[in-house]
Ligand binder design. Structure first.
Ligand SMILES: [Zn+2]
Ligand SMILES: [Zn+2]
Length: 334
């Protein structure tokens, strides 16, 4: 059975809920937006009203220096948007505060995942499978070649490199929102109790995570320490700092990068990464297809990423699906 859902529309710059005149993750400023999570391609500044989880609103405040129009909604909370539409936030397991949005109108249910993953993440609650008529899924790693290894295996590689080179440091490039904190939390879970050193650009987001109850252990700023202090230590920086003059202050850094794209050798080479760590905050191919099976919607809509292969998979499995041509959603995050 096909879902009707004429009340929700995919426009190039976002998903529009017509009866409530509200947008999901719009890529340009609007009067009213529901925001799934804090990554810059989803959370733009300048909306009249922004409805999001408290953590997402705090991340946006940190980035845009304003709380104007912020409307908090907790996980599991349902709000009336007007026009007979209700919205509920559900954990997406992507980064701190990340939510799927369940929309209900006239007996129809639509779930928009935003970005998500199914692997456990010590920094946020896990993705919850939510039955619906229309399931709108991301497809960042929507190709069968993308099969993320267990995160413990990648953390073990990092710790081995550290042990094998006690006079050097391991410099890990990681996105400032989500990846950096997850990496640190996974290192702590693996028993790494030493102080971890941060590039100055990571500090405030790490403190925000701690304010929301995520324990990251002892963090120090690289700028407060000498080259010798950093021997045998892990240093975390934004990917852009990996090949930057900044890294010259470090003791013979072993250059690592934590990203789902490290599966692609060429990407690692382009960024001069010696130690690629395949750690992703997005669902891989297996997670994407399993999630569609578990949610089992009447129809699947596929957004930003590699839509074609997932569309083909749906067709092969007798599932109604379409690709949405949204623009402006590219990986700050991976
Ligand atoms: Zn994201
Ligand atoms: Zn995204």
């Amino acid at each position: 059975m096909a879902a009707d859902v004429s009340w929700i529309r995919a426009e190039p710059h976002g998903i529009h809920i017509a009866p409530a005149d509200c947008w999901i993750d719009p890529s340009r400023p609007v009067a009213r937006a529901l925001v799934t999570h804090g990554h810059a391609d989803h959370a733009r500044g300048g909306h009249g009203e922004t409805i999001a989880t408290p953590a997402t609103l705090a991340i946006m405040e940190l980035r845009y220096q304003t709380r104007e129009g912020a409307v908090p909604i907790e996980y599991g909370e349902t709000i009336r948007l007007g026009g007979g539409v209700e919205a509920t936030c559900i954990p997406a397991g992507h980064v701190l505060g990340s939510a799927q949005i369940l929309l209900e109108h006239a007996g129809e249910r639509v779930v928009i995942t935003g970005d998500y993953k199914r692997r456990p993440d010590p920094t946020c609650p896990p993705f919850e499978v939510t039955p619906c008529d229309v399931f709108i899924t991301e497809a960042t790693f929507g190709l069968p070649v993308f099969c993320h290894p267990p995160v413990g295996q990648e953390i073990a590689k990092l710790l081995k490199a550290l042990r094998d080179h006690p006079g050097r440091c391991v410099l890990v490039g990681a996105y400032a929102l989500g990846k950096a904190q997850r990496l640190i939390a996974e290192l702590r879970a693996a028993g790494h109790g030493e102080p971890i050193y941060l590039h100055g650009a990571m500090e405030r987001m790490c403190r925000l995570y701690e304010d929301f109850g995520v324990n990251l252990g002892e963090l120090r700023l690289v700028s407060d320490h000498s080259k010798d202090d950093l021997r045998g230590a892990i240093v975390v920086c934004p990917p852009s700092a990996l090949n930057d003059r900044w890294s010259r202050r470090l003791p013979e850094p072993i250059t690592a990068m934590a990203s789902g794209w490290m599966r692609v050798r060429q990407r690692a080479r382009q960024q001069n990464v010696e130690l690629p760590l395949i750690v992703s905050d997005h669902a891989d191919w297996g997670e994407l297809t399993r999630t569609i099976e578990e949610v089992n919607p009447a129809e699947t809509w596929i957004t930003h990423g590699r839509e074609e292969a997932l569309l083909r998979w749906c067709q092969l499995h007798q599932r109604r699906a379409r690709a949405l041509a949204l623009v402006g959603y590219e990986d700050e995050d991976d």
